[in-house]
Design a protein around this ligand. Structure first.
Ligand SMILES: [Zn+2]
Length: 278
């Protein structure tokens, strides 16, 4: 990567309320904890320290287990995937990352790690279902999490990052951060769109995450209609409220809105220009 490339301001594609929600959630948790703790305030720092140590240990052991069964993506082991990931990294500048492929029949990807390099995990089924642009969206989405600094808190919280919550009490904290989790997904989807540069491919990648069998444009259209109806139902809203990820229909809607903005056009042009420089 050239040193002369203008740096990308990550906040340009961050979903607007993401950080406000995070600060609000942390503030609320602190208020509740302060009220509940009362005279035993001195226990609080210890409590956070225990969470930190346990989460770090969980993350490390997850990393070790992952390496034992996953394939590290390098230009020797998987050259075409490594090249594709390098293209995404040139665009998004996520900082040091390692890419792993885990054999699995599930369609999924996640990013974790409290320290550098951040680890991006792709499930092998993605390669049977997604084309190159759709993979750019998926990898770009994960790199977006790393670039925007979502990874460390998600790793601490567990669950979303593929790392299980380290102990019972952490589950309560994880639930408190759900709204922030969902805002992070919108931000990361924007990163995915910037990496692949095609709204249609970003959308088809999201739809395929729900239904991998989709093959024809007619099937895609039909699936999109169903997904768009789901997010308007009460059931859909209830499901979403406790989930780490927004409903796919909502993610598509937000991506469409952002793709139509002049802010997106400007950022995409800047990123494409940076990516073509040596
Ligand atoms: Zn994500």
């Amino acid at each position: 990567m050239s040193n002369q490339e203008p740096a990308i301001n990550m906040n340009n594609y961050r979903y607007p309320s993401e950080q406000v929600i995070l600060f609000g959630t942390v503030f609320l948790i602190l208020v509740v904890l302060l009220l509940a703790a009362g005279t035993t305030l001195c226990v609080l720092p210890l409590f956070f320290l225990v969470i930190l140590i346990l989460s770090y240990a969980t993350s490390q052991s997850h990393h070790r287990a992952l390496i034992a069964q996953a394939k590290h993506v390098t230009s020797e082991s998987l050259p075409s995937l490594a090249k594709l990931a390098q293209e995404c990294a040139r665009k998004l500048q996520p900082g040091p990352t390692q890419l792993f492929v885990v054999p699995s029949r599930i369609l999924n990807a996640y990013t974790f790690g409290l320290e550098s390099p951040k680890v991006i995990v792709l499930y092998s089924s993605l390669f049977q279902v997604m084309d190159a642009d759709e993979l750019r969206f998926i990898i770009g989405h994960e790199m977006g999490h790393a670039a925007l600094g979502h990874t460390w808190l998600n790793t601490l919280l567990g669950g979303m990052a593929g790392v299980p919550p380290s102990f019972g009490a952490a589950i309560l904290f994880a639930l408190a951060f759900r709204l922030w989790n969902r805002a992070c997904e919108y931000s990361a989807d924007r990163a995915g769109l910037l990496a692949c540069g095609r709204l249609d491919k970003a959308i088809s990648a999201l739809v395929k995450l729900v239904d991998a069998r989709i093959d024809t444009p007619e099937e895609m259209k039909e699936a999109l209609e169903i997904l768009e109806q789901q997010d308007d139902t009460l059931e859909g809203m209830l499901i979403e409220s406790t989930a780490t990820h927004p409903l796919i229909g909502n993610r598509i809607e937000k991506l469409r809105e952002w793709a139509a903005s002049s802010e997106y056009q400007r950022l995409q042009a800047l990123i494409n220009r940076n990516a073509t420089k040596i």
